[in-house]
Design a protein. Structure first.
Length: 90
């Protein structure tokens, strides 16, 4: 192997090590964000409440749009699809 090839491999190795160490420093420290399990559970509970509220609002907004266009609410449409026999397409 030539000298130039060894130098190129050495540079690539050094750059790879630097990139891995920076990635580890940036993303590895996020695990210690919660000091205790109670804090983590409280954060997860709060996030679940927010998501539940947001989902309800999204469904209500979607149903309002469907009502304006004369369609039934999405829950009624899904229930009708479930009641329909298999293979029956309208």
């Amino acid at each position: 192997m030539g000298t130039l090839a060894l130098i190129a491999l050495g540079v690539l190795l050094v750059l790879s090590i630097v990139a891995l160490s920076r990635a580890s420093a940036r993303y590895g420290g996020r695990r210690g964000r919660y000091d205790s399990m109670a804090e983590r559970e409280a954060a997860l509970r709060a996030q679940a409440e927010i998501e539940e509220h947001d989902i309800d609002e999204m469904i209500a907004a979607r149903d309002a749009l469907r009502r304006r266009s004369g369609k039934p609410p999405i829950g009624d449409e899904l229930a009708e699809e479930i009641r329909r026999p298999p293979g029956d397409t309208e």
